[in-house]
Design a protein around this ligand. Structure first.
Ligand SMILES: [Zn+2]
Length: 547
């Protein structure tokens, strides 16, 4: 495999990023992208902000500005947060760009031409004060099934779907006004026509995470219904049918235009590198290029069903190779119950707040340790601190630091010679096999197990150091002591190279401390010894304790 297309779900440009977003989607995607680059694969790592949708519109209304300015502000903040965490996309676009409007309009027209879009009249609730049709999520009232309080098209109490027109004593959640019933026309996506094709495709996928596949198959068995893909809103991609009076004032629904953003940004990325935009087909329509979508639980149904349905309906694209979905990360504060991370409940931990005080790698480390790969995970700040102190400072940092300190103190800052025949064969074997074993874990998206392999090697390094007792060897047999330290430096190199996808900032520091040139940082050279006599700079600690 020489090429791969990697995407991470587009975050809404209407808020800051929190721990849940990062752990559920962007961090695993970045680890995988870094790993692929380290293996010499050509990748396109694509992301951008999802600029459309009602929330940005409402924020703008509240603050008396425009959706475009709200979106611009959050887009910039997202770029800062990602870069502070070392999450390095090849491009970070935004769906409010003119390029994206034309790419998604073209897509819409092709789906229409292929017979998968159908125009239909329906009755909807209209807010006379806000002067807009009410999106489903903005209708509050009493559930017609259970009598509970409800918001939107699915009751939170009984979980049943409800027709918004049947909600009792409905009110607009935006203005509180009593909505009027008005007729409007929309285009419906006939995903139901693709039900069988989707089932055949999905049921034969291999290597997918079980919860993702089972959830999507379950939804499919319930049957897909035609779904409206246009909205009456002043913010979004205009429906590209200038000669149809029904299209006036209508935009594409966000869930239709957002994933097409991956395609737009791929084209923009090619253009930014001085290539032809139309070469996007080499990535999106080439059966030899795998396509991996990374995302959180809330996006699984979309990427595993509706997006593939859209691609099938358009007709010229490859379907995703894997949809790498994670569960949610809950949060627990000391002495409190576990809860969902949520902006409205004030239970989110923001990336900007974290980065203002702490280094990025401990967070990357912790979020990978608790990665919700198979089930929901719990984020605890005190646990993050403890794991930083015990494992990053106490194990990994300690091993590298004590080895380098020996070089400085007793070998004049130069790499001591190895002692062939004296090297620990078992340790050397597991060191030699580590790149392959780690590669297998990462290629099957088992990031947690991958990190565990790296940390196990750090622990083995410490055990070897303790067992050899170089502080005693140096008095009895300096040559043997040098051999021990030589082995330790070799392990440190391997930890830096193989740990880089997880802890990029730490690996950079370690590369400098080991005076490794760029070509010596290659994955294939991870287990090779350092040449004897090389001068190393004075050591400094890799991690700091957090109290
Ligand atoms: Zn109900």
């Amino acid at each position: 495999m020489h090429r791969a297309l990697i995407t991470a779900a587009l975050p809404y440009a209407n808020g800051n990023l929190h721990m849940g977003h990062i752990g559920g989607s962007y961090l695993p995607a970045d680890i995988y992208a870094r790993y692929c680059r380290a293996r010499g694969r050509e990748i396109a790592f694509i992301c951008g902000s999802d600029d459309h949708g009602v929330p940005a519109l409402l924020s703008a209304r509240e603050e008396g500005s425009t959706p475009a300015s709200v979106v611009h502000r959050y887009h910039e903040r997202q770029i800062e947060d990602f870069s502070g965490l070392g999450i390095e996309f090849d491009i970070y676009g935004g769906t409010s760009s003119p390029n994206h409007a034309s790419v998604s309009q073209e897509f819409f027209l092709k789906v229409l031409e292929n017979g998968f879009l159908e125009k239909k009249k329906s009755k909807q609730l209209y807010d006379p004060e806000a002067k807009m049709f009410l999106p489903d999520r903005y209708i509050q009232g009493t559930c017609p099934h259970c009598g509970g309080k409800t918001l939107g098209d699915q009751c939170e109490d009984c979980g049943k779907d409800q027709d918004p027109l049947e909600i009792i004593a409905a009110r607009s959640a935006i203005t509180g006004a009593v909505p009027e019933i008005r007729e409007t026309t929309h285009w419906y996506f006939r995903q139901d026509l693709l039900q069988e094709k989707l089932f055949d495709w999905l049921s034969t996928r291999e290597g997918w995470r079980t919860p993702v596949k089972n959830f999507a198959l379950g939804m499919l068995r319930q049957g897909l219904k035609p779904r409206a893909v246009t909205r009456d809103l002043p913010w979004g991609v205009p429906v590209p049918l200038p000669n149809d009076p029904d299209a006036a004032g209508k935009v594409l629904y966000v869930w239709f235009d957002a994933p097409i953003g991956y395609v737009t940004f791929t084209k923009d990325w090619l253009e930014a590198r001085g290539r032809d935009r139309e070469r996007y087909a080499d990535w999106w329509k080439n059966p030899d290029v795998p396509i991996y979508h990374f995302l959180g639980e809330d996006n699984v149904v979309f990427h595993a069903l509706m997006w593939p349905a859209m691609l099938l309906a358009e007709g010229t694209y490859q379907l995703p190779t894997n949809v790498v979905g994670n569960s949610f990360i809950n949060i627990q504060f000391p002495g409190k119950d576990e809860t969902k991370m949520s902006k409205s409940r004030g239970t989110a931990v923001w990336i900007r707040d974290y980065l203002a005080r702490y280094d990025p790698d401990p967070l990357r480390y912790y979020l990978t340790l608790i990665a919700p790969e198979a089930q929901r995970a719990t984020f605890r700040m005190d646990d993050l601190f403890r794991r930083n102190n015990d494992e990053l400072v106490g194990t990994l940092g300690n091993f590298v630091h004590r080895s380098l300190t020996f070089v400085q103190k007793y070998f004049d800052g130069k790499v001591p010679p190895s002692t062939p025949g004296d090297e620990p064969s078992e340790l050397m074997t597991s060191l030699a096999h580590l790149p392959q074993r780690l590669g297998e874990a990462l290629d099957s998206f088992r990031f947690k197990s991958g990190l565990a392999l790296v940390m196990r090697m750090a622990r083995e390094g410490n055990r070897y150091f303790d067992h050899q007792a170089p502080w005693r060897q140096r008095k009895e047999n300096l040559r043997q002591c040098g051999g021990t330290i030589n082995v330790c430096l070799r392990i440190a190199r391997s930890l830096a190279v193989l740990g880089a996808p997880f802890l990029p900032f730490t690996s950079e520091k370690t590369f400098d401390l080991l005076a490794l040139k760029t070509e010596e940082r290659a994955w294939e050279k991870a287990s090779e010894p350092l040449e004897q006599g090389r001068s190393l700079p004075p050591p400094r600690p890799l991690f700091a304790k957090i109290e």
